[in-house]
Design a protein around this ligand. Structure first.
Ligand code: NAD
Length: 495
């Protein structure tokens, strides 16, 4: 069986804690690898190596850093297939989806190639007589990223491209459920010419995370994962003097107004609700049907469900793969049961689908007449379960979104520009789609939610990423009066 170690100081480094975790192929249910789980001493060694590398990397010129990013971009673009296969093997999502994830991560690398421009400060000449004031941005040193299982390639790339381009050394603690993508990225960075130690991978669980959160030489922590852990990371990291950006869970609503284009809305609900088996932080979990569109919309979504091909993600015919683990599949199935018991109408029950028994599969489920008290509404399910809530007016739909604990993404489907603009103005969420169900910002904007979907004030990647991974310094300078200069400046005759 495959064994997955750490990557410290530019080399694969076997764990010493004696603790390992299992890695499964979710499509077959088989354990395919074991992964080392780091303890505090191993985190210490990793941070020490990163700290040593950070000094030199900070001194590398902007053009040198940019050249490494360009090379990394070229390698990643030409070997997307390799990384996608790794993602599919350990995560389960279908290959096309894994390739999409890599493509979105690649955008962040492309953004970071522009680092010479992105790091520019400001300059004010003659702020006072003979006095100039200017600002520069400098890296923080060693920064860490802690990432979730559901985007094992993209989320690390959200963080590391900008962190490294800005001149930091980056320590990644990927999800222990699908850690191989991180190791693959480490090798690619090395091939691209990144000095050893600037990109580090330490595998592990809570023990490793806790050691990162209190380590005195880790200046900043970027986290993406569930809300309870995001809150914990934010509170613990900041109380140990670190910058922290912690992105949490979600419960994304898609409002469909009566004038929406029915087929487009139904297609969007299918792709955003069931893509990656619903294991996306931007997945649509709740469709809010306003007024008379509810019946035809539910009918249109239900008609599309039997056409979704569920199977092993490596089969090009598959459109939806398994869930990450048997426990998670059972938890999601439990929500379907709870929804039925609490009074929702089960339009399609994914538990009844005829699916491969060994993998962690669950069919696409559609629940209608869901109400805000039901657990399928209150909880983040993170599986292929779409709930339809029926309301009479736009105002009621908006209220639902704004009352929700989470505020990651949301979308409105309508042909009315005025309604869409009003929604964009009114809604309490960080990312808004207008006839776009999954409004993940392009890399030159930043990604982040509101409310319990984000702890901290900085969104991830893009301009916020540069801001997060650098600190500003302002210099006020005065030089001697030109008339007293040791060099003959021809002063004051030439003026
Ligand atoms: P998770 O919170 O269980 O794990 C995330 C990371 O935290 C992993 O690296 C894990 O090892 C670590 N971790 C887990 N428990 C911990 C603990 N008790 N103490 C310290 N560290 C711990 O999340 P997950 O199940 O891997 O990912 C799914 C979740 O991530 C969902 O809630 C999803 O919405 C969220 N997510 C959010 C975004 C976003 O951008 N907001 C993006 C992707 C995923």
């Amino acid at each position: 069986m495959n064994h997955i170690a750490h990557w410290i100081g530019g080399a694969e480094t076997a764990g010493t804690s004696g603790r390992v975790g299992p890695v499964f192929n979710p499509a077959t249910g088989e354990q395919i690898a074991s992964v080392d789980l780091a303890n505090a001493a191993e985190i210490d060694a990793a941070v020490e190596a990163a700290k040593a590398a950070a000094r030199g990397w900070r001194e590398a010129s902007l053009s040198k850093r940019s050249a490494v990013l360009f090379k990394f971009r070229e390698l990643l673009a030409s070997r997307t297939g390799e990384l996608s296969a790794i993602v599919t093997r350990e995560h389960g999502k279908v290959l096309a989806d894994a390739a999409g994830e890599v493509a979105r991560g690649l955008e962040n690398v492309e953004f970071a190639t522009g680092i010479p421009h992105l790091m520019k400060g400001n300059f004010s000449e003659q702020a006072a007589t003979g006095v100039d004031v200017y600002s520069i941005r400098q890296p923080l040193g060693v920064v860490a990223g802690i990432t979730p299982f559901n985007f094992p390639a993209m989320v690390p790339l959200w963080m590391c491209a900008t962190a490294i381009a800005s001149g930091n050394a980056f320590v990644l603690k990927p999800s222990e459920k699908d850690p191989s993508a991180a190791l693959w990225l480490a090798r690619l960075w090395q091939e691209a010419g990144l000095p050893d130690g600037v990109f580090t991978v330490v595998n592990g669980d809570k023990e490793a995370v806790d050691a990162i959160l209190v380590h005195p030489d880790v200046a900043a922590v970027s986290f993406v994962g569930s809300t309870p852990i995001a809150r914990y990371i934010y509170e613990t990291g900041t109380s140990h003097g670190k910058r922290v950006q912690a992105l949490g869970g979600a419960k994304n609503h898609m409002i469909v107004l009566p004038d929406a284009e029915l087929d487009a809305a139904a297609d969007a609900a299918i792709s955003a609700g069931y893509g990656a088996a619903g294991e996306r932080c931007m997945a649509i979990s709740v469709v809010v049907a306003v007024g008379e569109i509810a019946d035809p919309l539910v009918e249109a979504i239900a008609a599309r469900l039997p056409k979704i091909k569920i199977g092993d993600g490596t089969d090009p015919a598959s459109e939806m793969g398994p869930l990450i683990s048997a426990q998670h599949r059972d938890k999601v199935a439990g929500y379907i049961e709870a929804g039925a018991t609490q009074g929702a109408t089960v339009v399609a029950d994914g538990r009844a689908d005829d699916l491969p028994k060994d993998g962690f599969f669950l069919g696409a489920t559609l629940l209608d007449n869901v109400t805000p008290e039901m657990t399928v509404y209150t909880d983040e399910i993170f599986g292929p379960v779409l709930s339809v809530v029926r309301v009479d007016t736009y105002a009621e739909a908006l209220q639902l979104v704004n009352d929700n604990e989470y505020g990651n993404g949301t979308a409105i489907f309508t042909r009315d520009g005025g309604a869409a603009r009003q929604f964009q103005f009114d809604v309490n969420a960080g990312m808004v789609g207008v006839n776009v169900p999954i409004p993940v910002p392009v890399a030159y904007y930043s990604f982040g939610g509101w409310k319990a979907s984000l702890f901290g004030d900085t969104h991830m990647y893009g301009p916020d990423g540069i801001h997060f991974y650098t600190r500003s310094k302002v210099v006020t300078s005065r030089w001697p009066d030109p008339g007293t200069s040791s060099v003959d400046l021809g002063f004051p005759q030439t003026r």
